[in-house]
Design a protein around this ligand. Sequence first.
Ligand SMILES: Nc1ncnc2c1ncn2[C@@H]1O[C@H](COP(=O)(O)OP(=O)(O)OP(=O)(O)O)[C@@H](O)[C@H]1O
Ligand SMILES: [Mg+2]
Length: 279
Amino acid sequence: MPIPLKPAEVSGQPPVEPDEVRKLTASADAAARRKQNLGGVKKIIGIHSGKGGVGKTFVTVNIAYALADRGHSVGIIDGDVDCPNIPAFLKAGYTLYVDEHKRFKPVTHRGVKIISMGFTKEDATEPFLLRGPAKHRVAIDFLTNTNWGDLDVLIIDLPPGTSDVPMSYLEFGELSGIVYVTTPQKEAVIDTKKSISMGKTFAMHPIGLIENMSGGVFGAGKGQLLAFETGIPFLGSIPLSEAIFEKNEAGEIAFLDEKLAAVVAPILDGIEKLQNQKK
Ligand SMILES: Nc1ncnc2c1ncn2[C@@H]1O[C@H](COP(=O)(O)OP(=O)(O)OP(=O)(O)O)[C@@H](O)[C@H]1O
Ligand SMILES: [Mg+2]
């Protein structure tokens, strides 16, 4: 059930400027920092599709807050370095700070720790102009140079595509599994299939696939077929819904109702099962 909004936990240090993010990311040794900053993180999970706009962020926040409601400590990395969308779901504005060790300090929203490039700019419409290597550094630094503390699950909302940032996370993220999201349109199915193949290339464990925005003009069923074809578990469908859309448009998280929560439940169970296994 929804928990009241908490203000961001801030260090009192000056907020991080986008340029500063790049400087911080260019320095130190990621392996040592990984040990230091990810040592308390039990599992890292990715949410992916090769296709943009299929609802990855919507699914990410639903999984994250549902896990938090089950009593887990949860973090989210907004993996979209140049077009971050997580802040649009949080209503309140947040600012990224660094701690005394020059590590990023995630903001805390309803008990979930979140980091996003969106927290470095006040104007959400201002572009980030970053070439591939800079995006890679930001991606790895969000992972390894953030003071995550102890977390049961860290969820990475991966950007669309099969290169660049998603590749950085699949290659260096030590992910325990990926949840794939598609919509029923053929382009989305084709691009999601690419991301599933990409996951196989990087030996990722496929937790399962969700068909989002199912029904209505988009039709339904191609997601299930894709899951069958690729041999990964089909987790269920989330309908194309005016209520979900309107809630998200209002800058709030559209939490799944009880019936739809059934789609997320196997993911939560799967993640909990992964937690009992070794990294
Ligand atoms: N089931 C749904 N019904 C109606 N609207 C939805 C549904 N799922 C997501 N949306 C809306 O679709 C839009 C895209 O969703 P979202 O931002 O989660 O996609 P995304 O895959 O993360 O996009 P990107 O590739 O840009 O990161 C948002 O406006 C969201 O509110
Ligand atoms: Mg997104």
